[in-house]
Design a binder for this molecule. Structure first.
Ligand code: AGP
Length: 607
């Protein structure tokens, strides 16, 4: 989805904004643009459809320098993909970039046209430029102009605006992501729709609430000021100090961010129990352990939804709490039965997924408590939930979610353990910490035998289609495995409950189909029978299961052997990492754009 960046400071703003936009490429986009005030105080706008490189070529060899610049990567909604519809939009006095949708754009466009405003694009975003231009003519200050215009638009939006008279930048939002940051040493100030654009560049980060104006200006003592929509100073933002670590935004020795992120998992698993049992997370876990509820509604999208299916198993198995898991896009439009003592649980890496936020709002409107399992601190979900459990995965750049899934499931298990009273039981706590440590160790071992998985990928990548199957807690892993493969390798893959295959999909099985069969010790014999049904029909069998098992040896064309001992309820999470690697290597053989797969956006901020 669209990405926005703004920079103000002594360094060359154009370069910094282009670097920010490069980092936002992973979110998906189809055009890019920048606007800045050059040394002769002229407002420049450069925009191009296609990749960011097109924009860079368009900027050419000219070494533009500027102290303030705004930029945008556009994911088209209103108006086709072309240069005119790309952002920034400008009238030579003001330039703006926009993320979101102006829902009453058609009505406002007509009104503005009647008032003589000449549109240059088909976008809803340019409507806001029209509103600013009309207000400005009344002689209002820039801040007043923004305030008067912002109240007129409907829908969720974030804007970053450059004023050519002062070179000041203004940023504000309603129901859309926005983050600001400052580097107190070099006096750089940045804003963006995504904290990743700021990583390694700032040492203090701010998450403004809705309707707070961030003002980036040399005239501000602190360079960055916050205002309410009535013009008074605002304190409605979260702030956080950060270490400046440029490495977080780099791939290091890895060919792709996805591979890097898969490899980060052992360390992240290790630090999760440390954070929750001995660190800052303890307080949130303690608060959450006091929740009394007899029903939990889990709602999420995509990979986070599959994590929810595994978390439901924890609540049922360890807490005997009634729990439902639903796709947020469905839950939000049903009429779910919600009792005042129920709890809403929302899982999201970004904390900005439109459907998940809407499902959350539905629960809030029903007056129930809500908890988020979320990666992005300060995101909309994080701010709006009654309480939060951070998954501490760090920035996830690969569009295909890997480490976030693992951390979501593991955080969900800690939630269920807290409800079980584990925080007050040293022995149980130790057992769980040891189990997480064992999981981290096993993932380390797995990463050492990556070549075995690569070899299987080489054997199967050219087959026609893939069925990932599993039973019980391995069924969500099958669903997630199939999602991973289709999103990055562009091959047809389905996740199925192994026992359900014969109720229809088995008709598709022949010698050109691969069955990736996920099999743990639970329901072992029954799953073997399901695999036999596929083998009989000449399907290619890849099993992922306990090592040194003769039955698995006999039934498999390719057998990925794992040491599952001692992992108990964490086994599915472990096996899922094999699927992540298998998908990665199949995609690599297919030559796809692994970190930025076609048609996908990292954070889906429209429904
Ligand atoms: C995962 O690989 C996907 N790209 C996608 O399904 C993702 O999990 C989904 O869009 C939800 O995102 P969220 O966790 O940021 O809410």
């Amino acid at each position: 989805m669209c990405g926005i960046v703004g920079h103000f400071g002594p360094q060359n703003s154009v370069e910094i904004v282009l670097e920010g936009l490069k980092r936002l490429e992973y979110r998906g986009y189809d055009s890019a643009g920048v606007s800045f005030i050059d040394e002769k105080e002229n407002l420049n706008v450069f925009k191009k459809s296609g990749k960011l490189q097109n924009l860079k070529d368009h900027l050419g060899e000219v070494n533009f320098t500027a102290r303030s610049c705004i930029g945008h990567t556009r994911w088209a909604t209103h108006g086709e993909v072309n240069d005119e519809n790309s952002h920034p939009h400008s009238n030579n006095e003001i330039a703006l970039v926009h993320n979101g949708i102006i829902e009453n754009a058609t009505y406002l466009r007509k009104q503005l046209q009647d008032q003589g405003f000449k549109f240059q694009s088909e976008t809803d975003s340019e409507v806001f430029l029209g509103l600013l231009a009309v207000s400005r003519k009344k002689g209002l200050s820039f801040k007043e102009t923004i305030i008067e215009s912002f109240v007129q638009i409907e829908g969720n939006s974030a804007f970053v605006i450059l004023d050519s008279q002062t070179s000041d930048i203004f940023a504000f939002k309603r129901g859309a992501p926005l983050v600001a940051g400052i580097n107190e040493i070099s006096s750089e100030v940045l804003v963006s729709s995504d904290p990743y654009a700021l990583a390694g560049m700032v040492n203090k980060i701010y998450f403004p609430e809705d309707n707070v104006i961030c003002h980036l200006s040399a005239s501000n003592k602190n360079l960055l000021n916050f205002y309410e929509m009535d013009g008074t100073t605002s304190t409605r933002y979260l702030s956080k100090m950060l270490a400046i670590d440029a490495a977080v935004s780099e791939k290091g020795d890895f060919e792709h961010f996805m591979l890097k992120e898969i490899h980060e998992q052992p360390e992240l698993i290790r630090s999760l129990t440390q954070y929750y049992f001995d660190g800052e997370g303890l307080e949130s876990l303690k608060r959450i352990s006091k929740i009394e509820t007899s029903k939990i509604h889990i709602s999420a999208c995509g990979t986070a939804f599959y994590a929810g299916l595994l978390i439901r198993d924890f609540f049922e198995r360890f807490n005997r709490i009634n729990c439902t898991v639903e796709l947020a896009s469905e839950f939000r439009y049903r009429n779910p039965i919600i009792d005042s003592k129920d709890l809403g649980l929302f899982i999201s890496q970004s904390g900005e997924t439109a459907d998940t936020l809407a499902a959350h709002t539905l629960c809030k409107n029903e007056g129930i408590k809500t908890i988020s399992i979320v990666n992005t601190e300060g995101s909309t979900l994080y701010r709006e939930a009654t309480d939060n459990l951070l998954i501490r995965a760090g920035i996830e750049v690969g569009v295909a979610s890997t480490k976030a899934f693992t951390q979501q499931v593991l955080t969900g298990r800690l939630f269920s353990a807290a409800l079980e009273g584990v925080l007050n039981n040293e022995e149980e706590k130790k057992k769980l910490v040891n189990k997480y440590a064992l999981l981290a160790e096993r993932v380390d071992e797995l990463l050492l035998k990556i070549d075995e998985i690569k070899e299987v990928a080489e054997k199967i990548y050219n087959y026609n289609g893939f069925f990932f199957t599993g039973r019980g807690a391995y069924y969500p892993v099958a669903l997630e495995g199939a999602l991973k493969l289709k999103e990055i390798a562009y091959v047809h893959a389905e996740g199925y409950a192994a026992g359900e295959l014969k109720h229809g999909p088995i008709a598709l099985i022949d010698h050109r189909m691969v069955n990736v069969a996920i099999i743990g010790p639970e329901l072992f014999e029954k799953t073997i029978s399901n695999i036999s049904e596929i083998k009989t029909r000449k399907g290619i069998i890849v099993t992922i299961g306990e090592e040194n098992n003769s039955e698995l040896e006999n039934i498999s064309d390719y057998y990925i052997q794992l040491n599952l001992k001692g992992l108990d309820e964490l086994r599915p999470t472990y096996i899922n990492i094999v699927n992540q690697l298998l998908s990665y290597y199949i995609a690599k053989l297919k030559g796809t754009d692994i970190d930025k797969p076609r048609n996908l956006a990292k954070s889906v901020t429209v429904e």
